[in-house]
Design a protein around this ligand. Structure first.
Ligand code: ZN
Length: 133
């Protein structure tokens, strides 16, 4: 069983901190010890874990990805969003985080980010919580 969360994005490329949203789901699940899987069912978006203390880290990540995969490259995919598809694969579509005492086990500076590469859109984030017992 999994929870379906909705995430609205406002920019074409954007990282949205969804740590609190995922923690809310973990809290609801009442799982004390286990892990959570966060999966993004989109081919032009993704999910990643990185620093959420300094917003410049998100800015730098998005800008580095755009240098790596420029939008105007000569891609074959006719939809015009090949850069978004490539960024999605580079970032990945799932993360797993351990749970202890019904809390996400994240490093002090870590957050879970929804990664939008072809926004703005309303997206889905699927969250499944697993118990050790
Ligand atoms: Zn496409």
């Amino acid at each position: 069983m999994f929870f379906e969360l909705e995430q609205k994005t406002t920019d074409r490329n954007q990282l949205v901190d969804i740590s609190d949203l995922v923690q809310e789901t973990v809290s609801k699940s009442k799982v004390e010890s286990g892990f959570v899987v966060v999966f993004v069912p989109h081919s032009t978006a993704g999910v990643t874990i990185n620093e959420n203390a300094d917003p410049d880290v998100s800015f730098d990540l998005l800008s580095a990805l755009s240098k790596l995969v420029p939008k105007d490259s000569k891609f074959r995919h006719a939809e015009g969003n090949s850069d978004a598809h490539l960024k999605s694969s580079l970032i990945g579509s799932s993360v797993m985080v351990l749970i202890e005492q019904n809390r996400l086990v994240l490093g002090t500076w870590q957050g879970i980010f929804f990664a939008e590469f072809d926004g703005p859109r309303t997206r889905q984030v699927l969250v499944s919580v697993f118990s050790k017992k």
